[in-house]
Write a protein that binds this ligand. Structure first.
Ligand code: GDP
Ligand code: MG
Length: 313
């Protein structure tokens, strides 16, 4: 990303949140998302990820879906080969990892206690090549900030994350700088034209995610994971919810793969996604799917936004 990128660039994506029990993950999510969202979205979404909630802001336009990757942060002996592979697969389709560590307190001495489990997490993240942001939580428990500086240096040298941000989830301090660091790693473009939309109706974000998931699962390596899903229309009727969505790809070849012979692939993706969406919304759903080619859309967010508006009108 270039240094002089305009601050208003819309960005949206997913962030895996990891950290030992008690480090403050739930507190942070509640602080970022607001109680309502965290509750509304606590259902398990897929086997690989659990979507915990969506952070959404309009200035600058940002949507970050926080996900939890089961099995990523477990004690050493549970970290078998299968687990590693699963966690790696899950990491490969998130845009960033947020790793919560506990900040030093006035009572701690010496360098941070990076346990074996932490070192394994570090290796996993490094091998999956996902950007990593470290947050030192609970800085409110520390008066002598020189200690914090020593810890920052220690973690910078050993883990070398993209950024380290001191925060207090409880006191809601440092959250804006944290979001700012995370958004740098989110792909350009938004899932919706109106960011506020997501705050009111988080289920639309998950609907898009479920379509994306089904598309990725069915096409494996052939289509890059950077495909986008736009919700074109969403109508809550009496009997069912009518949803139309577009899968956006960059190349004609990818469109062909997604549609499949006589539309068979798109049909499969659609019916798999619909089953999951019906579980999420707990009602009957009609799902209409389209595939659109927008060359280099990731480099031109205005393109994606215009396209979304055209199809919804
Ligand atoms: P999780 O297990 O990682 O989800 O951790 P929780 O969010 O449940 O937090 C564990 C404990 O740490 C709770 O008692 C929180 O109130 C506390 N906690 C979380 N964030 C902070 C913080 O920034 N400062 C302080 N002092 N306590 C915190
Ligand atoms: Mg928790």
């Amino acid at each position: 990303m270039s240094e002089n990128e305009p601050e208003k660039t819309p960005r949206a994506g997913r962030c895996t949140i990891v950290g030992r029990p008690n480090v403050g993950k739930s507190t942070l999510l509640n602080a970022l998302l607001g109680q309502k969202l965290a509750i509304a979205t606590s259902k398990p979404q897929t086997t690989r990820h659990r979507i915990l909630g969506v952070y959404s802001a309009s200035d600058p336009p940002t949507q970050i879906g926080f996900v939890d990757t089961p099995g990523l942060h477990r004690p050493k002996n549970a970290l078998g080969r299968a687990l590693v592979e699963e966690a790696q697969g899950a990491l490969a389709d998130t845009d960033a990892v947020l790793w919560l560590l506990e900040s030093p307190s006035d009572r701690t001495h010496g360098p941070p206690d990076l346990m074996q489990a932490d070192r394994e997490v570090k290796e996993l993240i490094a091998s999956a090549k996902v950007p990593l942001v470290v947050a030192f939580n609970k800085v409110d428990k520390l008066k002598d900030k020189t200690k914090l500086f020593a810890w920052l240096t220690y973690v910078q040298e050993r883990i070398a994350p993209q950024a380290i941000v001191p925060i207090s989830a409880l006191k809601k301090r440092g959250l804006a700088p944290l979001i700012n660091e995370l958004r740098k790693h989110m792909p350009e473009g938004l899932l919706y034209d109106d960011p506020e939309f997501v705050t009111d109706r988080p289920e639309r974000f998950f609907v898009a995610e479920l379509v994306r998931e089904a598309a990725i699962e069915n096409t494996h390596q052939e289509v890059p994971y950077a495909l986008a899903v736009m919700i074109d229309s969403y109508e809550e009727g009496q009997a069912l919810t009518r949803i139309e969505a577009s899968i956006i790809v960059e190349r004609q070849g990818h469109k062909k793969i997604l549609i499949g012979k006589g539309g068979s692939m798109l049909k499969k993706i659609g019916s798999e996604a619909r089953v999951e969406i019906e579980k999420l919304l707990d009602r009957q759903v009609f799902l209409g799917l389209f595939v659109k080619v927008v060359p280099n859309w990731t480099e031109d967010p205005s393109n994606v936004r215009r396209l979304a508006m055209e199809t919804s009108s």
